[in-house]
Design a protein around this ligand. Sequence first.
Ligand code: SF4
Length: 427
Amino acid sequence: MSRAAAALDENAGCAVPVRTERGQREVFCGLTGIIWLHRKIQDAFFLVVGSRTCAHLIQSAAGVMIFAEPRFATAIIEEKDLAGLADANDEIDAAVARLVERRPDIRLLFLVGSCPSEVIKLDLGRAAARLSGRLSPQVRVLAYSGSGIETTFTQGEDACLAALVPELPAEAPQAGPSLLVVGTMAEVVEDQFARILASLGIGPVRFLPPRRAADLPPVGPQTRILLAQPFLNDTARLLERRGATRLSAPFPLGVEGTTLWLEAAARAFGVSRERFAMAVRPYEERARAALERHRGHLAGRSLFLFPDSQLEIPIARFLSRELGMRLVEVGTPFLQRTHLAPELALLPPGTPVVEGQDVDLQLDRCRAARPDITLCGLGLANPLEAEGLTTKWSIELLFTPIHGYDQAPDLAELFARPLVRRTRLVA
Ligand code: SF4
């Protein structure tokens, strides 16, 4: 295992010190994104081209969910396939043919690559183009990688949405400005945002990913994009390449983040301050009142965030600024500095932010600090709990509706609940 040479990052203009760390990582691979993506795009199917390990990962990650539906599967590429890539391609074609025949409701099929060497040698992009030619217009076939070599955890969603961008239709030249909200959120949250944006007179508003494959949103120079998730680097870059303009804002987590996120849209669409304040004030007041319930459990408590979901910085900002938690260390697997700049500016000055991971060094720091609560992946949670530390699984942040005003108290509760439980156990 390599030891990290932690180096101070030259992140000029940033109010917090950012260190980079390289070493052994303890994070899920990008296949995990299938678990929330398949629920969102309701006529899509995700066919993982992988090994039995991949099948097990998907099954156990899905097991965390209550409402797993069978809209994903794994085509297992056995070692014997190493002998001939043509055989493997035939295998994929046959698996897809069987699937499409059995599931005529599928409109969008993703071939998802993984890390076994026999899969890496396959050109899944070419396989997708071949199959699309055969199956369109009923089924569109796309490919992306969820391999643990190329992606961590939430990067799988970025890769999936990036694969969709070339498929988006061009906006009509006379269409006028539109807003595209990018990133998977629970439908209940999307509906709330659609209502608030409509009340501000902002529209048309569209979402990526869409709920149905036929509703791919148009994109072009009049499209303003608002990222709902902080891990969509490639997707944002490809949308910008198609002429869209990204609106810079913190992410819609917590009351403050949600207001600043909506405000970015309001500014871009010329909404007056008064109209904006009138529209959002009732939501803000209700959410702030509900947050108070959790403040007593969280204020003054210390928090250590291991790098996992890339949501760590917005979560740390919310818990420190709105609930008074003390940040011991904020880890993030990657730091997209341009997208995260408004978030970093809101962190308490001097907050230690660490990009990347050397898991042993980080565990040492966590044990030394004995934080009141630690946000981490499933693999680290059990050993830390066994040592008497209270943990919260970061994967829950992706399975639970946490964006927006009405969900801010639920997000606070995710952290308050384990602390309350620990207090009861100790008492
Ligand atoms: Fe494991 Fe790689 Fe499959 Fe992910 S893609 S489950 S890291 S073998």
